[in-house]
Design a protein around this ligand. Structure first.
Ligand code: GAL
Length: 675
């Protein structure tokens, strides 16, 4: 990430009278904004009719950025093809699975595989690169906008044809394809390559699950290809400007997408976490704080990262979502939530609220009336002052625990209800337990490039439900354990191959072999069953959602036995020495309580207790030697500072009892680096 980028805002010169531009830029500068993003939806202005280019409006605007010293991130406009394009070349449009075309009127209605769209995108991106590539104020480029947002699925004719080629390349023969897709079930054998397509409508919407897994991989590959095509065009045209894109969305393997980019940006709207729950039953400890889970996923993909769109006001489209105006202090809290989790650049969406269009309720910092003294602008001023008290690069996020994930399993869980049930509970349970124990936690994506060395910085890695568990990953984990690491698996580990089939092999695959267990029986916990419970160290532990009933071989330690249902007394949690480390197998999903119990048993929780005692309402995140304490609560929180430390935002040394107001933030500099 560039060092001279810190605070930004998204701006749309095309939405405003030109007479406002300079004043807007000067005001932004007054608030410490050094970088703006522009251009990402302006194709119909850049190329008003086919092959006719007009960059004059943006030239005039860029001249003002030069005058005011404002750096620019230029967006490529491929998320919004103009109507002349989609009407003349309807093959560029995306379609539903039943072939209905998505028409003009919104955005992201194109597909990545149409040759025509690739040709016209190549031309506009080339022209923009040539025209703006060496402008002194253009320091970086955003590719497209939110690749795979609005829909991550593509079923145009161009996609069906490209999918066929993808399957030919991968499976080579129809015989092989039929075997891997389970063609003998329900007479689904293909006899010609032309018959191979993406999902089409079926009787009740369900479809061959192996093909659906390939469909997701294909959507991801198509998006990556399209993004990389633009990177390849721009690289030679833009000098040392950077390439990024904003995410993150479904059906897209960002570990691969990242390979063509300099860094990743995230669009952070914590209001989604609030708006998603309308029941009012949500645990008040985890409303907007839930967003930290998403930010941790982004950090796993790119650290440090940027925030291209940080929520700047209330959210809503005219036809979608109502969410309240952020309360006093909340914009600042959410900004620090991003920074605490690894963002070094924060750009707000957007400068001023749109006066027309679909997004008139997706508020910017300023309201329609442009009144400079509004509450959000005052908060921006405070954020700007705060950010200048922090180092430009606050350092790496520090965690002792990593939760492993990978795209095969993420996508399998999105398709397979059995997988989804355990995954959802555990994703939330592990995150919440780590949060409440103030035990910072990373995610780590397992792919072919991960080495045992990379895992070594963690004392424990947990792979909750790797239903697709390839032996190569077990090898990496085994090497990590050889030198002292601890690995924990949950129920439903290792019973599917890379095609999503269940091969005739003892369940648990390599994980069960290393743990010295056999999974002799398994079941969901049904409505008429007793809750899944086990006894561990003389107390009860919740074994929720699904129970693997284990048989332990010699040398495997039974840590807990089931205490409910027909498998009462059978092993529920086991562990076994592996080199200098240890492997754990937990026969259920991880609820918050289960995860808390296990983490405590393994000695985790409150790693910074020598310095700080925090209530549950506060999140703790540590970057380098900076401890970020975030109060999401509606009430003031009391914390204790045990050793004198610098309060970075209040600019003074503190020790003893401290009060953090609702939505307030503290940043303490630890007396020495590390724990
Ligand atoms: C993002 C998008 C922005 C804007 C914002 C509010 O997803 O990148 O262009 O639409 O949401 O809806």
């Amino acid at each position: 990430m560039r060092k001279n980028m810190r605070l930004g805002v998204c701006y749309y010169p095309e939405h405003w009278e030109e007479s406002l531009w300079e004043e807007d830029l000067l005001r932004m500068r007054d608030y410490g904004i050094d970088t703006i993003r522009i251009g990402e939806f302006a194709w119909s202005l850049f190329e008003p009719t086919e092959g006719v280019f007009d960059f004059s409006m943006f030239d005039r605007f860029l001249a003002l950025t030069e005058k005011t010293g404002m750096q620019v991130i230029m967006g490529t406009p491929t998320a919004t093809p103009p109507i002349w394009l989609t009407e003349r070349y309807p093959e560029v449009l995306n379609a539903t699975a039943d072939g209905t075309l998505y028409r003009h009127g919104l955005r992201r209605h194109y597909n990545y595989n149409s040759k025509k769209y690739q040709e016209l995108s190549t031309r506009i991106v080339t022209r923009m690169g040539e025209h703006f590539g060496h402008h002194p104020m253009v320091i970086g480029w955003q590719i497209d906008n939110e690749i795979n947002c609005e829909t991550p699925e593509f079923h145009s004719e161009a996609d069906h044809a490209a999918f066929r080629e993808y399957m030919k390349d991968k499976y080579e023969t129809l015989e092989n394809l039929n075997e891997k897709m389970g063609g003998n079930v329900w007479s689904q054998r293909y006899t010609e390559w032309d018959q191979v397509t993406l999902r089409r409508p079926t009787v009740n919407g369900h479809y061959n699950p192996h093909l659906l897994l390939e469909e997701k991989r294909f959507f991801s590959e198509s998006a990556i290809w399209f993004c990389r095509m633009q990177c390849d065009i721009l690289r030679p045209l833009i000098g040392d400007a950077f390439l990024t894109t904003n995410g993150i969305f479904d059906n897209l393997d960002y570990t691969r997408l990242m390979q063509g980019l300099d860094f990743l940006c995230y669009d952070s709207y914590p209001n989604f976490a609030l708006a998603m729950d309308r029941s009012g039953q949500e645990d008040p400890l985890f409303l907007d704080r839930k967003w930290s889970k998403n930010l941790s996923v982004v950090r796993a993909l790119c650290a440090p990262f940027g925030i291209m769109e940080q929520q700047g006001g209330a959210n809503g489209w005219t036809g979608r979502m109502e969410a309240p105006m952020p309360r006093p202090g909340q914009l600042r809290l959410w900004t620090f939530q991003s920074i605490a989790h690894g963002a070094d650049f924060i750009s707000f969406f957007r400068w001023r609220t749109a006066p027309y269009g679909t997004e008139i309720y997706w508020h910017g910092l300023l309201d329609y009336d442009n009144y400079p003294g509004n509450r959000r602008m005052q908060e921006l001023a405070e954020i700007s002052r705060d950010m200048h008290k922090l180092p430009v690069e606050p350092g790496q996020y520090l965690a002792r625990i990593a939760v492993l994930r990978n795209y095969d399993n993420e996508w399998d869980a999105a398709l397979d209800k059995w997988h989804e049930r355990v995954e959802k509970v555990s994703e939330r349970g592990l995150f919440e337990a780590a949060q409440l124990l103030h035990e910072p936690m990373d995610y780590l994506y397992m792919n072919e490039s991960v080495t045992p060395e990379q895992l070594k910085k963690y004392d424990l890695v947990i792979w909750p439900h790797a239903t697709i568990l390839e032996d190569r990953y077990v090898d990496v984990l085994r090497s990590y354990m050889e030198t002292g690491g601890q690995v924990m698996f949950g129920a439903r580990t290792g019973y599917k191959d890379a095609f999503g089939r269940c091969p005739m092999r003892p369940m648990g695959f390599g994980a069960a072999e290393l743990a010295g267990i056999r999974i002799e029986d398994y079941t969901f916990i049904g409505p008429y069953d007793e809750p899944g419970m086990a006894e561990m160290d003389g107390t009860s532990i919740e074994m929720p959602v699904f129970n693997d009933v284990l048989l332990a071989s010699e040398g495997t330690q039974v840590e807990a036995r089931y205490s409910s249902n027909y498998y009462k007394g059978k092993p529920a949690i086991v562990s076994r020495t592996c080199g200098q480390g240890r492997i754990w197998y937990v026969g259920s999903a991880f609820s918050r309580k289960t995860a808390m119990c296990l983490l405590k048993k393994l000695g985790f929780g409150e790693p910074y207790q020598a310095y700080l005692t925090l209530p549950e309402e506060c999140e703790l995140a540590v970057r380098g030697n900076l401890c970020f304490v975030l109060n999401y609560g509606r009430n003031a929180a009391g914390i204790t500072v045990h050793e004198e430390m610098q309060d970075v935002l209040l600019c003074k040394q503190v020790v003893g009892q401290q009060q953090i107001a609702p939505f307030d933030v503290r940043v303490y500099a630890l007396p020495e680096t590390g724990k």
